[in-house]
Design a protein around this ligand. Structure first.
Ligand code: NAD
Length: 480
């Protein structure tokens, strides 16, 4: 029986096919034991009328091999095309996006010579759940969903990754001074899990100042764990700080399957010219080789890549007069790496991936969520109204009440405008009307909510959504 590991490969669009050919040529020359199943994804599939950009049959291959090496694809312009990356990550449960961002000073020009950061980005939740609604003429919303198991999985993954890879510190960026419940949960889970890893230093920063610190002194960071949107933005910033987007690879890790890719896109303007830098995809393939436990091959490929950079053999994006020795195309670059298989860099730090389990991170661990005592104490009713001021709106709504629910306050875009609002506050047609039981703290039922909505409707107001106000073990589960 063959001991080759089956993997699924997609050659992608634009520069994708060229950099995939170069990558496969290098890893096969290094002795990778892989059995390749090829699938077609991306532009051609989209333009055949498949809005997901992937044929149903391709999922069978991905579910069978569980390992996906993917070249970048082009998402056609115009509406109606779903992001294949988001679909793949969510469908296959690839919750952890891991992006090492490393400087190759003095061989690649960068203002940050000592940078060596791994960004670990949550891949499935946050504003990327894709739950958006237009609610009034003026107001559109996108739901930010942060879950306890999702936060536990990604944060534990970051600490396990740090421990397995000899890294010393995990930093969390979030914005819980503003998003007290969602980012507050992420921060709380970070503190809980950090306590289980006394051997790893931990710290947290509000994302704005954290990002500024990362951009100015990246040498003070090691592993950074973030929610989806912050991670999306900051991992591109970090990759660019190393010198070129063409240099960074990434893995998308799930409990069942994993996907490996370059972080850049299909750069269609450079396609078909034997010009693009294949390093990002090659380093994605190195992460794949570690994942499938072909440590010797991963080590050999990575060291030959470092040696090639050191020898000044550079593609156009890295080439600098005086710094580089030779400008090469995609193919010649791949040949140069192949010629150096077995060699190690002399100035840059050589890698040595071990056959022990040290570089393999156990994934997906999270505790069962503890069931809290949940009590319904009120309701936010959102109303579409544009006939006057906040005082006029409050005065016309305040008499609409039921036995168990009474209007307590009205907000507009998160600012309280009634009672006691200020005329300076800018208002839109989207009003959040908060109702509680007049008997303070008394629990209400869904029947009370239905009765209230009926009364609001009969009074001629257009309610557009509701949010239940729950206490969980006596603690408010809503922003105050
Ligand atoms: P891009 O990353 O494709 O290219 C931006 C620029 O970066 C290029 O013009 C080029 O100058 C440089 N560049 C990127 N990769 C390079 C490489 N390997 N070697 C040398 N230079 C390189 O970003 P874009 O132009 O915004 O997007 C083009 C297409 O790629 C779009 O259709 C987009 O949707 C898609 N995209 C796909 C992925 C993916 O499949 N993972 C990711 C991002 C963008």
């Amino acid at each position: 029986m063959s001991n080759k590991v089956p993997i699924t490969v997609a050659h992608g669009d634009g520069i994708g096919p060229e950099i995939m050919d170069a990558t496969l040529k290098i890893i096969l020359a290094a002795g990778a034991q892989i059995d390749i199943e090829t699938i077609e994804i991306g532009e051609k599939v989209y333009l055949r009328g498949n809005s997901a950009g992937i044929e149903p049959g391709a999922w069978d291959s991905l579910r069978r091999t569980k390992v996906f090496l993917k070249a970048p694809i082009t998402t056609p312009q115009g509406g109606g095309y779903k992001s294949l990356n988001v679909t793949t990550r969510k469908t296959l449960g690839l919750y952890a996006n891991v992006r090492p961002c490393i400087s190759y000073h003095p061989f690649v020009k960068t203002v940050h010579p000592k940078m060596d950061i791994v960004i670990i980005r949550e891949n499935e939740e946050d504003l990327y759940a894709g739950i958006e609604h237009r609610q009034t003429d003026e107001v559109y919303q996108c739901l930010k969903l942060i879950t306890r198991p999702g936060s536990e999985k990604i944060i534990r993954y970051a600490f396990e990754f740090a421990r397995a890879n000899g890294r010393k510190k995990v930093t969390c960026f979030m914005k819980d001074n503003i998003m007290k419940l969602t980012d507050g949960l992420f921060h709380k889970v970070f503190d809980e899990i950090a306590a289980e890893y006394p051997d790893i230093e931990n710290e947290s920063w509000i994302v704005d100042i954290g990002a500024a610190k990362m951009a100015s002194t990246p040498e003070n960071f090691d592993v950074i764990v973030l929610e989806n949107l912050y991670g999306d933005i900051l991992s591109d910033v970090a990759a660019m700080m190393t010198g070129s987007v063409g240099l960074a690879g990434s893995s998308n890790i799930g409990e069942h399957c994993s996907m490996f890719e370059a972080i850049h896109g299909s750069a269609p303007r450079h396609a078909g010219q034997d010009k693009a830098n294949p390093s990002g995809l090659l380093l994605g393939a190195v992460l794949m080789l570690i994942h499938i436990k072909q440590f010797d091959v991963a080590t050999k490929v990575h060291n030959a890549f470092l040696k090639t950079l050191e020898d000044g053999i550079h593609t156009y994006d890295l080439y600098k007069e005086g710094l580089s020795k030779k400008k090469v195309g995609t193919n010649e670059y791949a040949e140069a790496i192949i010629a150096r298989l077995g060699q190690k860099p002399t100035t840059l730090k050589a890698v040595n991936y071990q056959a022990s389990d040290t570089n393999v991170v156990e994934t997906g661990k999270h505790k069962e969520t503890f069931r809290a005592k949940k009590e319904l104490v009120g309701i936010d009713v959102f109303i579409d109204w544009k006939k006057g001021t906040a005082i006029e709106f409050g005065n016309s709504l305040k008499d609409v009440k039921t036995k168990n629910l009474e209007l307590q306050m009205i907000g507009n875009r998160g600012t309280k405008v009634w009672p006691d609002g200020l005329p300076e506050t800018f208002i839109t047609d989207h009003w959040r009307c908060r109702y509680f039981n007049p008997e303070k703290g008394k629990i209400i039922s869904n029947s009370d909510v239905v009765e209230l909505l009926d009364a609001i409707n009969k009074a001629g107001f257009d309610f557009i959504k509701t949010e239940h106000l729950y206490n969980f073990d006596g603690e408010a589960g809503y922003s105050l």
